[in-house]
Design a protein around this ligand. Sequence first.
Ligand code: FAD
Length: 320
Amino acid sequence: MHITELFRQAVEKGSPCFSVEFLPPLKGEGTQRIFEGLDPLIEFPLVSVNVTYHREDVKYVERENGLLERHTVRRRPGTVGISAAINHRYGIEVVPHLICGGQSRYDIEDALIDLDFLGIHNVLALRGDNLRGEHSFRVHPSGHGHASELVAQVAQMNQGVFVDGEVEQCHNTDFCIGVAGYPEKHAESPNMEEDLRRLKEKIDAGAHYIVTQMSFDNQRILKFIERCRAIGIQVPIIPGLKPFATQSQLTMLPQIFHVDLPQALVQEVEQCRTNAQVRELGVEWAIAQGRELMAAGVPMLHFYTMGKTDNMVKIAKALF
Ligand code: FAD
């Protein structure tokens, strides 16, 4: 079932639901850890599982003569495979992420064909970040520079239009396409207005719904939704929440995700003496955020879980 349909059902029944995000296992690991994380969540109204996509990384090895040797490594391959495994085990919808970074349009098309064969009909279309050590996003010579172009490719494929245009008769795919939105603005965007204009381009290119970057501030999330509506974005918007979990996230989250942490949260984290206390605080903060958003009429929430879901179980118990 499409994510938009699950969203519509949650609105119609007046019964909120949620999705969670998982990383594919590290190379060499099996599926066990993912399943251990998901098993306890299945009893709740968990309607879909997103699986992130990780592009290649660059590793430098120092040779005896002091020169550095550059290696390309992939630490977390397998987004399509683990998505299919989750779907097969739980019968739940999965949303594999697709990125432009490092991919040609043919690579993307191949992945979409595999997903279609596997019965997976939801994707989240993203640009991806710069390769480590690169100052700006480098476009693959036959790939896409922005998520809107990737959205257009998937939307075209839904119409039976392939990259080389050679297929005369075909079975049309039926992908529901999600895109990323940024309540606190994307880091590279000159301002919020411009970022929203770019977001609207993704919707106009054929995207069906938006999942937001994490935000710890509901006022920003609700304002973002309001501004989207004001510029004519009518698709479902699913707020992304991250259960805060460690002291180090005080600096790490703003650095990596370019989000502000409310001062009240910072002060409370600073008062914690152990990471176990921070994790508990993160649960309480996420519950409070979820309650307030649901009271404001938000029918579906997306949680950035990093695999360990003991905190997510407590949040789900309190909210759903
Ligand atoms: P875009 O929509 O292309 O936007 C990127 C920047 O370019 C923005 O500043 C935008 O305003 C601007 N822009 C857009 N179109 C144009 C244009 N035509 N001309 C000029 N500027 C333009 N990354 C991964 O690598 N793997 C993942 O699995 C992953 N999952 C994510 C899930 C969610 C819900 C979110 C919010 C992010 C995720 N990311 C992931 C991170 C994401 O790839 C980065 O935030 C990336 O920097 C931007 O991706 P985007 O799809 O928003 O890009």
